[in-house]
Unconditional design. Structure first.
Ligand SMILES: [Zn+2]
Length: 679
C-alpha cells in the first residue's frame, strides 16, 4: 500500500466543483481550458453510439487527429498535464541560480547543471562506474556478492532482494524493515516466461551483451546468455504481480536468524549489514515462498555468472548518466524496443526527471510557490469533504453489508487523513551534498541520502506528515497503512480541475479521482486495513465473502477485455484499481447530485447534468498508447488500460444507461443483474 513497496494506487484526472461554485471564483475566471463548459466537443466521435463504445464516443475525434509524439510511448490528458508541470520545473531549474528557490535552490540548480553537462559525460565514458565494477571483480565468493547487493540502496548496484523501510502494517506507529523479491532486469516475470515476449527477451540478451562489452567484461555473449538464464530461473520462482497484492500473504515477520534458516544459500548477514540493517532484530518478509527458491538459485549459480549479472546491472543503472554509447544502448532497448518510443527525450526533460527524482520536495517547494494558487487548496478541501459525505451515505445504503461491518467502515472513513497539494513540513536536504561537476556522484548521493534518511528514522515514531509523492507529480494515492488520501498540486490543474468549468465536468473529472482514492480504502487490499492503518480484519465472515464474490464478478468482466489477440487484462491483478474506478464514479455522481440541493441541473448545449458528468469522466481518461506500451501495461501495471477504465466502468453504472438511453443490444450493455455493485 505504501507507494514504494506496492504499486501506488492512483492516478488520473481530476477536478471538481461545488467547491468551485463558491463566492469569488466566478469573478476571477473567464473560460475553461476545454470547450465552453469543460469538454473538448470536437474531440468526440458522434458517429459512434455511446452504448457501443463510450470511450470512442467521447475521445474518438481526438484520437483520429492526434499523433503520439516521437519521444513518448503514449499521449493523452495525463501526458498534457505532466508536460505542463515539466515545463514549469524546467523554468525553475534554468532560472538564475541566485534566485530564491528556497533553502535548497543552489543544490537543485547544481544537480540540474550536472545532468546537462553532456560533454563531460561524453568525455568521461565509462570511467565513473569503474569503482563499482572493480568491487565486483574483487569479490572472492558469494558472500562478497551478497554484501555488494546490500549496497544497492545507496548506490548503483542491484540486488536479488529488495529492502524497504516503511510503517509496520501491524503496528503503524513504528517502522519495519521489509524484504522482498527482486533481481529482474525486464519489466515483469511474464517477459521471461510467456511466448508473446520471446523476441523481447532475445533482444534483452543482446542488450546485456552490449553493456557487458561496454563495461569491458570478458566473453560478453556467453556471459549474457548465462545472466538471462539466471534471471529466467528467478522469474519462475517469483510471485506474480496479482499474488503480491495480498497484504495478508506478504506479511511474514521473522528474525534475521529465522530468515537465514528459511532461505539458506544466501549470506543474509552480509546483505543486511551492507544495507545498514545489521542491528535489526526483525524483518517482514514479503514473498515468503519465493525467497527460499531465490536463495537456492543464487547458491547454485556460478560466481562468474553472478558477477556478470552485477556488472550488467551497474551499467544499466548508470547508463542514463554515462556517455552516449551507454545511454543510447539503454534508450534503444528500454524505451524504443520495450515501449515503442521513437526518439529519446530531450536532455533537459531527462534532467528535470533526475532532479525531481533526487530532490523532489526541494523542487516542489519552488513549484508550488510559483504555480499553485493557495485558494485552490480550500476548494479541493471542500470537495473532498463532499465526496467523503457521499461515500459515507453509500456505505450506509449498500444492501449486502451488515450493520456491524458498516459501523466499522464508517469509522474507518472518519479516520481518513487528507493531504492536498504539498506537505506542511518540507524535507530537510541539509545532509545531501551535490556537485555540478559530478553527475554519477550526484546520482549516488541522491540514493544514499534517501536511504540514510529512512534508516535514521527507523527507531522513531512514524512521521505522519511525510509525503510519498512530490507536489509536481500528476498523480494521487491512497496509503492503507497511514489511512490517507493524497493529491499533489500538479494533479489539481486543468483540464481535470478547472474552476471555470461547469460543476458537472469537475465532478466527473477530479471528483471521480478523489472518489477513486477514497474507494481504495475499501478495495480488496485496502479493506484489510482498519482506520488506524493496521492490517487487521474488521469484517464479519459473511460480509467478507459477499465482498469477495462481487470482486470476483468484476474480475471476470475485466478478464474478457482484450486489446490484442491473445492478450487479456488480468482481472485479479487490476481488481483494486477497477473497484476504485467503479466506486469513484459513483461517489462523484452522488456528490454532484447532492450539490444540486434538489434543483434540476441546468441543460447546457442540449446536455443534461448527468450526461456532462459522464462525458467529462471519459474525457479525463483520454489517452492513446503504442502497442508495446500497452503490452507492458497489461503485465506490469495494476491499472487497466484507459479504454477499460471508461467502458469497463460505465457499463456497471445504472445512471449511465439512463443518461444515454442505452438499451439491450448495445455492445456495452449489461443486464441489471450482471452489473457489479460494490460501493
Ligand atoms: Zn488507484
Amino acid at each position: 500500500m505504501t507507494t514504494k513497496r506496492l504499486p501506488a494506487p492512483w492516478i488520473l484526472a481530476l477536478v471538481c466543483a461545488s467547491a468551485l461554485a463558491g463566492a469569488g471564483v466566478a469573478a476571477t475566471i473567464s473560460k475553461p481550458q476545454f470547450g465552453d463548459w469543460g469538454l473538448d466537443t470536437p474531440g468526440m466521435d458522434v458517429a459512434v453510439k455511446p452504448g457501443d463504445d463510450f470511450f470512442k464516443y467521447v475521445n474518438g475525434g481526438w484520437d483520429a487527429h492526434t499523433k503520439i509524439p516521437a519521444d513518448k510511448s503514449g499521449y493523452g490528458v495525463d501526458f498534457v498535464m505532466s508536460d505542463a508541470a515539466e515545463q514549469h520545473v524546467r523554468g525553475i531549474l534554468e532560472a538564475d541560480p541566485a534566485a530564491p528557490d528556497g533553502p535548497d535552490g543552489p543544490k537543485i540548480h547544481a544537480a540540474y547543471l550536472a545532468f546537462m553537462d553532456a560533454a563531460k559525460a561524453q568525455a568521461l565514458g565509462g570511467k565513473p562506474i569503474e569503482p563499482d565494477l572493480a568491487a565486483i571483480r574483487a569479490a572472492k565468493d558469494r558472500s562478497d556478492i551478497a554484501a555488494l547487493m546490500g549496497t544497492s540502496s545507496v548506490g548503483l548496484q542491484s540486488s536479488l532482494f529488495d529492502a524497504d523501510l516503511d510503517p509496520d502494517e501491524k503496528n503503524p506507529t513504528r517502522y519495519a524493515a521489509y524484504v522482498s523479491q527482486g533481481g529482474l532486469g525486464l519489466p515483469d516475470r511474464d517477459y521471461y516466461l510467456t511466448p508473446q515476449f520471446a523476441q523481447k527477451k532475445q533482444a534483452y540478451q543482446a542488450y546485456v551483451a552490449q553493456l557487458l562489452t561496454l563495461a569491458g567484461w570478458d566473453d560478453p555473449a556467453a556471459s549474457a546468455a548465462a545472466v538471462v538464464d539466471f534471471e529466467t530461473k528467478v522469474a519462475e520462482a517469483s510471485w506474480t504481480r496479482a499474488a503480491r497484492r495480498d497484504p495478508d500473504k506478504t506479511y511474514n515477520p521473522m528474525s534475521p536468524a529465522e530468515l537465514a534458516k528459511a532461505a539458506p544459500g544466501f549470506d543474509w548477514t552480509a546483505w543486511l549489514k551492507a544495507e545498514g540493517l545489521g542491528g535489526a532484530s526483525r524483518v517482514v518478509v514479503q514473498e515468503n515462498t519465493a525467497l527460499p527458491k531465490l536463495a537456492a538459485i543464487f547458491a547454485a549459480t556460478p560466481l562468474p555468472t553472478l558477477k556478470a549479472w552485477a556488472v550488467f546491472h551497474v551499467a544499466d543503472n548508470a547508463a542514463p548518466y554515462l556517455d552516449s554509447r551507454f545511454e543510447g544502448a539503454r534508450f534503444d532497448f528500454r524505451l524504443k524496443l520495450l515501449q515503442g518510443q521513437q526518439t529519446d527525450r530531450a536532455r533537459w526533460k531527462r534532467g528535470v526527471a533526475f532532479v525531481n527524482g533526487g530532490m523532489g520536495e526541494a523542487v516542489g517547494r519552488a513549484y508550488v510557490a510559483k504555480y499553485f494558487p493557495p485558494e485552490a487548496k480550500a476548494k479541493i478541501d471542500a470537495l473532498v469533504a463532499e465526496l467523503r459525505a457521499a461515500l459515507d451515505q453509500r456505505i450506509e445504503r449498500v444492501d449486502w453489508m451488515s450493520a456491524e461491518t458498516k459501523a466499522k467502515a464508517h469509522a474507518k472513513l472518519a479516520q481518513f487523513t487528507v493531504k492536498i497539494a504539498y506537505p506542511d513540513k518540507w524535507r530537510d536536504y541539509a545532509a545531501l551534498q551535490v556537485s555540478a561537476g559530478d553527475l554519477v556522484g550526484d546520482a549516488r548521493a541522491f540514493k544514499a541520502f534517501e536511504w540514510n534518511r529512512e534508516l535514521k528514522r527507523m527507531n522513531g515514531p512514524v512521521d505522519r506528515a511525510e509525503w510519498g509523492m512530490t507536489p509536481q507529480t500528476v498523480n494521487a494515492y491512497y496509503d492503507g497503512v497511514q489511512n490517507e488520501i493524497v493529491f499533489p498540486a500538479a494533479i489539481l490543474a486543468p483540464p481535470n480541475f478547472d474552476p471555470a468549468a461547469d460543476p458537472a465536468a469537475n465532478y466527473g473529472g477530479i471528483g471521480a479521482i478523489i472518489g477513486h482514492e477514497m474507494t481504495h480504502g475499501f478495495d480488496d487490499e485496502g479493506r484489510k486495513f482498519d482506520g488506524s492503518g493496521r492490517l487487521a480484519d474488521w469484517w464479519t465472515k459473511d460480509d467478507a465473502a459477499k465482498f469477495e464474490a462481487a470482486a470476483k464478478k468484476l474480475n471476470a468482466q475485466y478478464d474478457t477485455y482484450s486489446p490484442f489477440p491473445g492478450v487479456h487484462v488480468k482481472g485479479d491483478q487490476t481488481t483494486g484499481e477497477n473497484i476504485a474506478d467503479l466506486g469513484g464514479i459513483l461517489i462523484a455522481l452522488d456528490a454532484y447530485h447532492n450539490s444540486l440541493h434538489g434543483q434540476p441541473a441546468p441543460v447546457i448545449d442540449g446536455l443534461t447534468g448527468d450526461q456532462r458528468f459522464f462525458l467529462a469522466y471519459a474525457q479525463s481518461w483520454r489517452d492513446k498508447r503504442r502497442e508495446d506500451a500497452i503490452r507492458e501495461m497489461i503485465v506490469g501495471d495494476v491499472h487497466s488500460p484507459e479504454l477499460y477504465r471508461v467502458n469497463g466502468v460505465v457499463r456497471n453504472v445504472d445512471a449511465w444507461y439512463a443518461a444515454f438511453d442505452v438499451k439491450p443490444g448495445a455492445s456495452l450493455y449489461l443486464a441489471p443483474s450482471d452489473r457489479v455493485r460494490i460501493w
